[in-house]
Design a protein around this ligand. Structure first.
Ligand code: RNT
Ligand code: ZN
Length: 412
């Protein structure tokens, strides 16, 4: 008997169907963030990254052009099993003729991305870019007291909804458009109310544009603080959750955006009770919202468990969001996305019904024993079988190194 067959038998003794889990995982779409490939730089201007987020490191070989980023994405996608979607930011617009401001971008500026996605049969998610731009004034965009600034960004938001709709129409796959603004104050503000009132008004204006709700899902991402914006964040958790609920859009939780002892895994079931759909940015915060590469750690597994055991795979938009510039960027992509998939498969291989029963019967000693036992079940053999069936190598590093030597090393 090979390792997979024997692992399958072990899982089966717990009442778990490993074959069915593999099939189930094959169907889960992960929205892969494009910004890992170039340290969140984009192509629409030469501004440095701002907005309270930071990439650290200067590993050689970063993508500098759309062609390079597409080639790197292809390399990463070839090493990532399962279903993927491409998650773009507005700053990745490709201007063939004249460049336009972010308030004036149009679908045609993303035509090459649509061609890219169509020829690979994947969908595209989208994000307006409210950072790294001269129109960000005093660290404010949609909440700015300067009407010229605020309305510029409102126009950007509206333009982006049209572009997301274009993605959905062209690819035939709905597009998730995520709104996140960096707006905030480094030090204690005198007025916490007005900026949020302006943000609310701006979102109302943006969402007043007509769009097809079966094609475009609007999500709103909250945050607790950013670098240089430590004391006050306009788009706080309460703001974003309340706004989403009141306006029928989708709340998005990024697990780097909460106080360090707060966990998104615990928030998922609550949001599932009150929302038809929810969205996630999966990342790894180390001490702060540091956007480290996702590893196969406890909280990633716990997040996956809350999705799987609540039967919510079709209600949760799963996207990755991290940016590590200190290691090979393609390796970072593949490692992080694979770890989300690994966590999902791990969650699919838990004896959920049995564990829930033990909980309800207050058999907590036995529950702990079973939970601990499952940690050393032969999960790796099931994961390896999934990789083999998806025709991707278990150890992808040789491929990464080859690409680094043949392609990345030439980018001087
Ligand atoms: C920032 C947010 C946001 C960004 C991307 C680039 O803290 O997490 O999602 O990471 O939009
Ligand atoms: Zn995020």
């Amino acid at each position: 008997m090979n390792r997979f067959e024997s692992a399958k038998e072990i899982y089966s003794s717990y009442g778990i169907d490993a074959e069915a889990s593999i099939e189930r995982l094959k169907d889960v779409t992960i929205s892969v963030h494009c910004w890992q490939g170039d340290d969140v730089t984009g192509f629409d201007n030469k501004e440095a990254l701002s907005g309270g987020i930071q990439t650290t490191g200067n590993y050689p070989g970063k993508a500098r052009t759309p062609e390079e980023l597409m080639a790197d994405l292809d390399k990463a996608f070839s090493l990532i099993p399962g279903k993927k979607k491409l998650n773009l930011h507005a700053c990745y617009a490709i201007f063939d003729e004249e460049a336009v401001g972010r308030d004036k971008i149009e679908p045609k500026h993303f035509k090459k991305w649509v061609e890219y996605a169509k020829s690979r049969s994947i969908g595209i998610d989208f994000n307006p870019t409210f950072f790294s731009h001269p129109m960000v004034k005093d660290n404010l965009t949609l909440s700015s007291p300067d009407e010229e600034v605020r309305s510029y960004w409102v126009e950007h938001g509206k333009a982006c909804i049209k572009i997301a709709e274009y993605f959905a129409t062209e690819t035939g796959i709905p597009s998730v458009i995520n709104f996140w603004i960096p707006d905030g104050y480094k030090d204690i503000p005198a007025d916490r109310f007005a900026p949020r009132a302006r943000f609310k008004k701006s979102l109302d204006e943006i969402l007043a544009v007509p769009y097809d709700k079966s094609k475009v899902y609007v999500t709103l991402e909250s945050k607790v603080f950013g670098i240089g914006l430590e004391s006050y964040t306009v788009g706080s958790a309460e703001f974003c959750l309340s706004y989403s609920t009141q306006n029928g859009i989708v709340p998005l939780m990024d697990n780097g955006h909460y106080h360090p002892t707060e966990v998104v895994s615990d928030k998922i079931p609550t949001l599932l009770l009150f929302n038809e759909k929810i969205a996630l940015h999966i990342t790894r915060g180390v001490r702060w919202d540091s956007d480290h590469v996702i590893i196969f750690d406890d909280e990633t597994k716990e997040i996956a468990k809350e999705i799987v055991r609540n039967d919510a795979l079709d209600r949760v938009f799963i996207a990755t969001d991290y940016f590590d510039a200190s290691i090979n960027r393609i390796s970072a992509w593949v490692t992080g996305v694979r770890n989300v998939q690994k966590a999902l498969l791990f969650a699919m291989l838990q004896p959920d019904a049995k564990m829930k029963e033990l909980q309800d019967n207050a058999e907590t000693s036995e529950l702990m024993v079973l939970m601990e036992e499952m940690k050393t079940a032969p999960f790796g053999d099931i994961w390896n079988e999934f990789l083999a069936r998806e025709n991707v190598e278990k150890n992808y590093f040789a491929e990464i190194k080859k690409y680094e030597n043949e392609v990345l090393a030439l980018r001087k």
